[in-house]
Design a binder for this molecule. Structure first.
Ligand code: PSU
Length: 302
């Protein structure tokens, strides 16, 4: 049995020509940012990948088909659609089997990228261990996916609404390489630095590509997480954010928000509490990650 998969024209041509391709996810479009900034950002990020010499492949499920690359009209439609499912490893196949439409999280985008033969993927921030996980057990499936699927994921770390030390502990337990690009501390999404030491540090895309290839040659399962700090001019210092995140978390608690709704709810609260500054920072960091991912994808071809 095969499954319904559609390549957009640009990605189909890139695959045929053996060009560098960067996968992009769609949950950030449907659940991570408001319309119209979500669609505008998705377009800018795609163009950043092209400007860096690679081809973007935004991934989503539309009416029961796994799309590897979206045509402009499809991206527009997805960005304005209501009640789109947020797909991870557990529900990706069910959505396709039942003819549904859904946005892919980091976990589902990694699976789709791997099925399409794409080795590098750029996003904003991965999911991770939620604060209070010791009682809620809320841990994103993104972490497990990094241990299973051989895709190099470029992110600005994990979203700072999470319990970052626990998130990186779990990644260590799962044997996921966490590579920090160009500095000695792990970046914290909206903030460039943190007090967590870099498990691995690399300063150029060629080293990251070489490490990706070495894992494949050694038959090691799973991918790599490349954490790329937000550009200094765009960051929100951690000290500014800490009380804002605390307030957003208290709101989520008061309103009994749970499961998949937690992250979108918190992002929305923080957007309001920072007068939109969190969104500008989010846009800047995703674009920065797309550029580095394109460099890594190009380096993999050498
Ligand atoms: N990066 C962003 N914004 C987002 C996401 C990533 O800048 O909204 C999405 C990704 O799809 C990631 C998901 O997989 O958030 C994590 O959600 P959760 O915490 O519910 O696992």
């Amino acid at each position: 049995m095969t499954f319904p998969m559609t390549y957009c024209a640009e990605v189909a041509a890139a695959l045929a020509d053996g060009r560098a391709i960067v996968a992009l996810e769609s949950t950030i479009i449907t659940h991570g940012m408001p319309f119209p900034q979500n669609v505008q950002t998705a377009r800018l990020v795609e163009q950043d990948v092209r400007d860096a010499g690679a081809v973007p492949a935004t991934i989503a499920v539309m009416e029961g088909r796994l799309h590897i690359g979206l045509e402009a009209s499809e991206l527009d439609a997805l960005g304005q659609a209501q009640h789109v499912a947020k797909l991870s490893r557990a529900d990706l196949a069910a959505c396709i089997a039942t003819g549904g439409t859904g946005a892919t999280t980091v976990a589902a985008t990694m699976i789709a990228a791997h099925l399409a033969g794409i080795q590098v993927f750029a996003t904003g921030g991965i999911g991770g261990v939620h604060r209070g996980a010791e009682t809620s057990f809320d841990i994103s499936a993104d972490l497990q996916e990094l241990a299973l699927t051989p895709v190099t994921v470029v992110a600005a770390g994990a979203k700072a609404i999470l319990d970052l030390p626990k998130t990186f502990e779990v990644l260590e337990t799962l044997g996921v390489p966490v590579i920090v690009y160009g500095q000695d501390s792990i970046p914290a999404f909206w903030s460039a630095t943190s007090d967590m030491a870099a498990p691995l540090r690399m300063d150029d895309a060629a080293q990251i590509a070489a490490s990706h290839k070495m894992r494949a040659a050694m038959g090691l399962a799973g991918g790599q997480l490349v954490t790329n700090p937000i550009p200094a001019g765009d960051e929100i210092p951690a000290a500014t954010l800490a009380p804002i995140i605390a307030q957003a978390l208290a709101q989520a608690d008061a309103q009994k928000i749970s499961a998949k709704a937690v992250t979108p709810f918190l992002l929305d609260q923080i957007f309001a509490l920072t007068d939109g500054r969190s969104l500008s920072a989010n846009i800047a960091l995703v674009r920065n990650n797309a550029r580095l991912a394109a460099e890594i994808a190009l380096a993999l071809l050498k």
